[in-house]
Design a protein around this ligand. Structure first.
Ligand SMILES: [Zn+2]
Length: 324
């Protein structure tokens, strides 16, 4: 009770102190006006179509012709929208001793701006369906795991080309994220594309205020929690994004439960460049694997994609970008 009384006293005091300031009302009004939210519409139908296009190529497993065809498609979409494009082509060795191509795509918007945000996702898909009960050694379609993050980012690229934001944006599509050891026995076996980029970013001494990774952002009724590494390394960015989601009415997707640390591209971006990066990743507390039931199975097809979820994620990001 003492605490409440104390608060009342404070409010009373500050109200008295404000009284003699003549321009108080006007000043307050100006601040309110400059803080008005810029609203740019995110089109979830466009994002959905971009996912469908990727899935139509089939599984995008590094080194296959479908992978290369999708690469060419992604470049073709981004090139006319971006200010500058960078292409990072290298090779990596997988945990099962295969040499695979790693092709990262970087599209920059408002290239000269010093204040920048990274938006990233992985565009490759997993070569196995190890969580499935059948055809475990066949590659998955990866509509959600891979396709969804890329679909949202391609649609945001369209927004950025039509209406320039105040800040610079770098969209990075990482390759070779999902060719990792399911047992977890081999360290650093996932995220080969972001590991390569982190060690040699597209610009020497590259800096950004923070990064946002999208991974599995399309499932019906998806729930995104506060992931361990995001809280540990990028707490400010996490609050900015979660607050933007809440004010847009998407707090049923952007939840406040905590999840364990998830090894994903955001970890390697932070580890190698120091740029605080969060992971927006579907986490289902009730599922047996912590993700959705479709995860790393042949059910990761277009049925695992819901436009309402794409809207929640895309609109939240667009609100962050145009009001940062
Ligand atoms: Zn995956």
């Amino acid at each position: 009770m003492k605490y409440i009384l104390f608060s009342f006293a404070l409010i009373f005091l500050s109200a008295c102190n404000n009284k003699p300031v003549v321009n108080n009302t006007n000043t307050h009004k100006d601040i309110t006006e400059t803080k008005k939210q810029v609203v740019v519409n995110f089109d979830e139908n466009g994002a959905y179509d971009f996912i469908q296009k990727q899935v139509d190529f089939g599984p995008r497993v590094p080194g296959t012709k479908e992978h290369l065809a999708c690469y060419n498609y992604l470049v073709e979409v981004l090139k006319p929208l971006a200010d500058t494009m960078y292409f990072q082509n290298t090779f990596a060795t997988t945990f099962d001793k295969k040499t695979i191509p790693v092709k990262n795509i970087i599209a920059t918007f408002n290239t000269p701006k010093e204040t920048r945000i990274i938006l990233c996702a992985h565009w490759d898909t997993r070569p196995f369906a190890d969580q499935d009960t059948k055809d475990k050694d066949m590659p998955i379609l990866g509509a959600n795991d891979g396709g969804s993050g890329v679909g949202v980012l391609l649609q945001i690229a369209k927004n950025l080309s039509i209406q320039k934001p105040e800040i610079g944006i770098d969209i990075i599509l990482f390759d070779s994220e999902d060719w990792g050891d399911a047992t977890g026995g081999v360290e650093d076996s996932y995220c080969l594309g972001s590991q390569a980029w982190g060690k040699a970013p597209h610009i020497r001494g590259y800096k950004a205020d923070f990064g946002i990774l999208l991974d599995m952002v399309g499932a019906p009724n998806a729930t995104f929690g506060n992931e361990g590494y995001s809280m540990q390394n990028a707490n400010t960015a996490l609050s900015i994004v979660w607050q933007a989601a809440a004010s847009a009415g998407y707090d049923n997707y952007f939840r406040n439960f905590e999840t364990n640390r998830i090894t994903d591209d955001h970890y390697y971006v932070w580890k190698n460049t120091g740029i605080p990066t969060i992971d927006i990743i579907h986490h289902d507390q009730n599922s047996r694997n912590g993700f959705g039931e479709y995860w790393h199975t042949h059910n990761d097809n277009m049925n695992a994609i819901d436009k309402k979820t794409l809207k929640a994620v895309g609109q939240t990001l667009v609100n962050v970008i145009y009001n940062y």
